[in-house]
Write a protein that binds this ligand. Structure first.
Ligand code: GDP
Length: 328
């Protein structure tokens, strides 16, 4: 293991935009060692005043929809405008199945060579809740390092989208045209969270199908109640090959930000997200403390066995373990 830096070495390095130190600080955040956790929290606290200024963008879609190709094109569009962008990719499969939906292939190769871009696979953890905290903290470090647009990429097949939605300002859902549908395994709940749906691969003769899909999804979005921000989700078509739609998507992100900033909804959303963050953190810490507690783990095996054999009622069992936890 590489030697840890001091608190001021981390914070000064991050704030001055030193990528090597940023990467080391993210590694520190990923660590589950108690001493690292303490230092990581100190680093986050120290850089907090330098956070909050970026555009936080969540991007999701099923495997194969074209996420990495899109982010590569979109990211380059932004870096061409001299914007510093960071891409964090959450791959829920890697901790659950040890496989990888996002793929082992080198993703976003061209973008990763751009001096203004920083790409980092998101920290993995034992639980999705843990992943979400670490991703949020990573996002804050990237903001403190001066990145102006933070893209958080996630695979639209699980629960991680809800977490990501809870930490971004704008949520972009990528969809394929005419892919047999059933909403392509995308749950209705995810569509409901989208601020924008982009139909990908609208090129090479696929343009008309993409237009049809656009109308279809526009109709589907009309069925959802408005979210109270004054923003009505739009549907566009795009192509990472011809770059059609790429500039328009960024314009919509900016339009959304302007609209919500004027009405105060932008700040309100971030405040609510902070509250959720606090509550999630409490829940996660309690859970971790509970399961890592020695007395609890001493009893857990027997009690679990009794529950699975049907000799103990699950609720009685839960109370028994909670009592062990609280009575010490
Ligand atoms: P991901 O799994 O969602 O990250 O999808 P990828 O970005 O890896 O793309 C899946 C496949 O779709 C790849 O073979 C890409 O070359 C292809 N693809 C992605 N975007 C486009 C596009 O805009 N047009 C066309 N024609 N193909 C694309």
């Amino acid at each position: 293991m590489k030697k840890r830096l001091s608190l001021s070495e981390y914070t000064d390095g991050i704030i001055s935009g030193n990528r090597m130190i940023l990467s080391r600080a993210i590694t520190l955040i990923e660590s589950n060692l108690p001493s690292d956790k303490k230092l990581a929290q100190e680093v986050i606290e120290a850089v907090l005043p330098h956070t909050g200024k970026s555009v936080r963008l969540g991007i999701t879609g099923v495997p194969g929809v074209g996420k990495s190709t899109f982010i590569e094109a979109f990211g380059k569009y932004l870096t061409n405008q001299q914007k510093k962008i960071a891409v964090l990719a959450i791959d829920p499969s890697s901790q659950l199945t040890k496989g990888s939906i996002l793929g082992d292939k080198t993703r976003m190769e061209e973008l990763s060579r751009e001096p203004l871009a920083y790409i980092r696979p998101s920290p993995t953890g034992n639980s999705l809740g843990g992943v979400s905290h670490k991703t949020r903290e990573t996002m804050l470090l990237c903001e403190a390092a001066g990145f102006e647009v933070i893209i958080i990429e996630t695979v639209g097949v699980g629960q991680s989208e809800t977490y990501v939605h809870g930490m971004v300002d704008f949520f972009l859902l990528l969809m394929l045209a005419g892919a047999g549908d059933e909403l392509q395994g995308i749950k209705k709940g995810i569509m409901e969270m989208a601020d924008l749906i982009a139909i990908t691969k609208a090129d090479s003769g696929n343009e008309n199908q993409a237009k049809l899909a656009k109308i279809e999804y526009q109709n589907a979005l009309h069925l959802f109640p408005p979210d109270g921000t004054g923003w009505f989700p739009e549907v566009v078509t795009c192509s990472a090959t011809t770059l059609q739609g790429i500039a328009e998507i960024w314009e919509l992100v900016e339009k959304h930000r302007d609209l919500l900033s004027k009405s105060g909804k932008f700040a309100e959303n971030r405040q609510n997200q902070n509250l959720d963050w606090m509550n999630d953190f409490i829940k996660q810490t309690l859970e971790e403390n509970f399961y890592s507690n020695k007395n609890v783990s001493l009893k857990t095996r027997d009690i679990q066995k009794a529950v699975s054999e049907g000799t103990k009622h699950p609720i009685h069992a839960a109370y028994e373990l909670l009592e062990v936890f609280y009575k010490q």
